[in-house]
Design a protein around this ligand. Structure first.
Ligand code: NAD
Ligand code: IPM
Ligand code: MN
Length: 346
């Protein structure tokens, strides 16, 4: 298995390094069910602001080729104040959007789990369409606009991902839109409802996005699968992070049609305020690594990683975002230790 690392900017390299350490331990482990016989190779490529500085583009051609050739990608984060005033096609964030689009990664899965409170839902976010990519778009002096557009087929395929996800979980999909105001949401709601016709095993509810933001804060236990578009999914996943106590602990997986290289990345950004302090929370990146293993069929190794992370989240050590005073390396080492010594998988 060839894993390509795209460390990126800010805290990206620090969390990617931590995730790699844990992944290496997971795939070379000797406990029953470990992926010990897998031949895993890691390589790295320039991406984001780091790539802008080195070669003048956030997604160099060689990096995109390496992504296509890899079996899975693990990404840190991109962006930061150093690149906030460059032309928009040279922004690190544009490189990330271009990568998702070029690889056809239309589905972004963002699980939110807070065991103590009975919270366990996954946001299924459409990732290659909507207002992020809609044309026309323009910035002129004194006037700017974007276009929120969805084609029927784009809604069908992401709804299908959500229904399949729900069938493996608690069989409930909440589709989130703004159909009381937006035409694009009325199409969304109609297509999701029609697709649901073929899925009697799964329940479907619709909710407006403003109410959804409140419900996630107030009564998050009601959600199983939240299906939504690109922009709403971006916003609601950070709301979900607040339930977990920190943006630093949320992982994600971006997947496309069969044959496209899947990409795994924490939900958080480059956290410029934490870069090089040694105190960034590595858990979001590490759990993204666990999602990578699970997606690749290494269930036992993924379970082992997740169990170790949960134990450390409960008992500590904790980084400052979760109220502790531990450093990134303390958390990573505690997770490593738990993985190596745990007798059973709980
Ligand atoms: P951010 O996610 O970087 O940070 C938001 C807040 O969460 C900050 O207070 C930060 O310290 C905290 N935080 C984030 N990750 C953390 C972690 N692992 N451990 C502890 N605390 C953590 O979002 P922002 O400040 O709005 O954006 C900063 C830059 O990152 C921008 O350039 C933005 O475009 C970019 N960004 C990139 C990605 C990505 O690469 N996927 C995602 C979001 C934002
Ligand atoms: C995310 C980020 C990205 C997004 C940005 C950096 C382009 O916020 O992955 O949540 O909006 O998709
Ligand atoms: Mn975001």
């Amino acid at each position: 298995m060839r894993i390509l690392l795209l460390p990126g900017d800010g805290v990206g390299p620090e969390v990617t390094r931590a995730a790699r350490e844990i992944l290496e331990a997971a795939v070379t482990g000797t406990w029953a069910g470990a992926a010990g016989d897998v031949d895993v190779t890691f390589s790295e490529a320039d991406f984001g602001g780091a790539a802008v500085d080195r070669v003048g583009s956030p997604l160099p051609r060689a990096t995109l080729e390496a992504c296509r050739e890899a079996d899975a990608i693990l990404l840190g984060a991109v962006g930061g104040p150093a690149w906030s005033d460059v032309p928009s096609e040279q922004r690190p964030e544009s490189g990330l959007l271009a990568l998702r689009s070029a690889l056809g990664l239309f589905a972004n899965l963002r699980p939110v789990r807070v065991r103590a409170r009975g919270v366990d839902f996954v946001i299924v976010r459409e990732l290659t369409g909507g207002i992020y990519f809609g044309q026309p778009r323009s910035y002129e002096s004194g006037r700017a606009y974007n276009t929120m557009v969805y084609e029927r087929d784009e809604i069908v395929r992401i709804a299908d991902v959500a229904f399949r996800e729900a069938a493996r979980r608690r069989r409930h999909v909440t589709s989130v839109d703004k159909a009381n105001v937006l035409e694009v949401s009325r199409l969304w709601r109609g297509v999701v409802t029609a697709e649901h016709g073929g899925r009697p095993d799964v329940a479907l509810a619709h909710m407006y996005v403003d109410n959804a933001a409140m419900q996630i804060v107030l009564r998050p236990q009601q959600f199983d699968v939240i299906l939504t578009g690109n922009l709403f999914g971006d916003i609601l996943s950070d709301v979900g992070a607040a339930l977990a106590g920190s943006l630093g602990v949320l992982p994600s997986a971006s997947v496309g049609a069969p044959g496209s290289t899947p990409l795994f990345e924490p939900v958080h950004g480059s956290a410029p305020d934490l870069a090089d302090t040694g105190t960034v929370n590595p858990v979001g990146a590490i759990l993204s690594g666990a999602m990578l293993l699970r997606h690749s069929g290494f269930t036992a190794a993924a379970d082992r990683m997740e169990t170790a992370v949960l134990a450390v989240l409960e008992r500590g050590p904790k980084t400052p975002d979760l109220g502790g005073s531990a450093r990134t390396g303390d958390v990573t080492n505690a997770i490593l230790k738990h993985m190596k010594t745990a007798e059973t998988i709980s």
